[in-house]
Structures are given as structure tokens and as C-alpha cells.
Design a protein around this ligand. Structure first.
Ligand SMILES: [Zn+2]
Length: 89
């Protein structure tokens, strides 16, 4: 059974391409899959201020911790990459 692509065409209308049930997007709009995933995480630059001013207990301490962890992983990744490149040359 074929399904309709969930992508949005340049003209702003729903894509009418048929896709297999396990694919939500056709090959033309497969890049929109990533975009929709990204939007799951809202840009908390502006919302952060609102939360901090309205709630003294600041529930986004966890998210700050998350950012720190992401940075650590990034730095580790760069270091590993450096070591790998060193070994090669
Ligand atoms: Zn499509």
C-alpha cells in the first residue's frame, strides 16, 4: 500500500508523490524529515528568559546540564578525530 509524501512543495502545498509506508517522505522531500526532527527542540534562547523570570526554581537547570554534556561529547569527538588523523600521518 502506498502512502502520500508528507513533504511540502515549494509552492507550499502538500506533495502528492506516493511513498512506501515506512517512508514518510519521497526522495525529493527526504530532507524535510530532518527539519521536522529539529523543530522538536525549540530554540530556547528566548523562552529561557521567560522561564527564569517567571519561575524562581528554574526547571531548565537540567537542560543546561544537557548542553554541557553535549559540549563535552563534542570536545571528545574533536580530540578523537585529532588522534586518528595524527596516527594516519
Ligand atoms: Zn514529496
Amino acid at each position: 500500500m502506498d502512502m502520500q509524501c508528507k513533504g511540502i512543495t515549494k509552492s507550499g502545498s502538500r506533495c502528492k508523490n506516493k511513498v512506501s509506508p515506512e517512508d514518510e517522505f519521497c526522495t525529493v522531500h527526504s530532507n524535510q524529515k530532518k527539519v521536522s526532527k529539529k523543530s522538536k527542540r525549540p530554540s530556547n534562547d528566548t523562552s529561557k528568559e521567560q522561564i527564569e523570570s517567571s519561575q524562581p526554581y528554574s526547571p531548565n537547570v537540567g537542560s543546561e546540564e544537557e548542553v554541557k554534556r553535549e559540549w563535552l561529547l563534542f570536545i571528545i569527538g574533536v580530540l578523537v578525530l585529532h588522534l586518528m588523523l595524527r596516527k594516519k600521518s
